[in-house]
Write a protein that binds this ligand. Structure first.
Ligand SMILES: Nc1ncnc2c1ncn2[C@@H]1O[C@H](COP(=O)(O)OP(=O)(O)OP(=O)(O)O)[C@@H](O)[C@H]1O
Ligand SMILES: [Mg+2]
Length: 303
């Protein structure tokens, strides 16, 4: 079996985005002007970003035997993502998100997490996971899949590095609940709000130091249009964002993760990793949606 560079473990969703004249309130009607269906999920976006950069990647997740499940798998195969770790079940629905966007760009989102929330440890093959250099974790809505992530980390050998983007959903659980994950993590990639929720520190340097005192080696804090703050304990850098026309920041954080992990995999310096994160994120925000702008390896070579 060829060794995979990174395996993602997070929710798989089909995003159905509708442009509407206005977002309807209860008892109101509104009109759909256009619609678009894309594949999403935070870890899945990062994994697709890594695949485009030429990394060998796979995924652990769950779908049902419905049209959405087929779309998610087809999309992974098109992008060159290994799907052996994706469980498909007869009962239930695949994850989906319905989004309604009005003329001003305001959104209303309805999430159906479906079978994403019912992943058990028995459904994950340990040999599949342990062949990877990195396991990249992102959040689930439901409790069961969160517990499975914790149990999986308890079982895993030390040779796999864990990378973790808590997202808003896990950050709001606070440090106590996340400790079993955080204490096994090699690199954590929160945004500044998430770091503050987890560590109760407003200052990224203090927040990062606290996580490092719990065993995390590398902390990359995403600072929106200000770029990022990265540290490995020995070095730390604030790195300015790449200036680009902003079209849509959806998925910028996931794209950052792809660039940063690409850097770690290729043994780049901490500063280079941060710059790669900012660069891949800047490519993402130049296009609509979380994946359209994700760059290919040849675009990195032009840097
Ligand atoms: N306006 C911008 N101009 C240039 N780069 C940006 C801009 N906004 C965000 N970025 C880049 O995207 C990265 C991630 O953005 P952000 O800090 O918003 O993460 P996030 O909140 O986790 O995003 P997401 O909502 O996708 O999870 C930043 O570290 C930066 O590199
Ligand atoms: Mg994020």
């Amino acid at each position: 079996m060829t060794r995979l560079d990174v395996i993602g473990f997070g929710a798989l969703n089909v995003d159905k985005l509708f442009k509407v004249n206005h977002i309807a309130h209860a008892e109101q009607e509104s009109f759909i002007q256009s619609s678009r269906v894309t594949c999403g999920g935070s870890a899945a976006n990062t994994i697709v970003g890594l695949a485009r950069l030429g990394c060998k990647v796979g995924f652990i997740g769950k779908t049902a035997l419905d049209r959405e499940g087929e779309l998610l798998l087809e999309d992974f195969l098109t992008e060159g993502v290994d799907t052996l770790g994706v469980v498909r079940v007869k009962d239930g629905e695949s994850g989906s998100v319905m989004g309604f966007v009005d003329q001003k760009g305001q959104r209303a989102l309805y999430i159906n997490s479906g079978v994403n929330d019912t992943i058990t440890l028995q459904e994950i093959r340990e040999e599949y996971v342990s062949q990877a250099k990195f396991l990249h974790l992102t959040s689930f809505v439901g409790e069961q899949s969160f517990q499975t992530q914790k149990k999986l980390l308890e079982k895993l050998e030390k040779c796999i590095k864990i990378s973790f983007d808590p997202g808003a959903l896990y950050a709001q659980r606070g440090y106590k609940q996340l400790a079993p994950l955080i204490e096994k993590v090699y690199v954590i990639l929160p945004n500044i709000h998430e770091l503050e929720q987890i560590t109760e520190q407003k200052d990224p340097e203090k927040g990062a130091a606290l996580l490092q005192s719990k065993g995390v080696e590398v902390v990359a804090v995403k600072l929106g249009d200000k770029g990022c703050y990265v540290t490995n304990g020995d070095e730390h850098h604030y790195i300015e964002a790449v200036k680009v026309p902003v079209v849509d920041t959806t998925g910028a954080g996931d794209a950052f993760n792809a660039g940063f992990l690409y850097g770690l995999l290729h043994k780049k310096s901490l500063l280079e990793c941060g710059k790669l994160g900012n660069f891949v994120a800047s490519c993402c925000i130049k296009k609509m949606g979380a994946r359209a702008g994700l760059p290919y390896k040849r675009e990195l070579e032009l840097l």
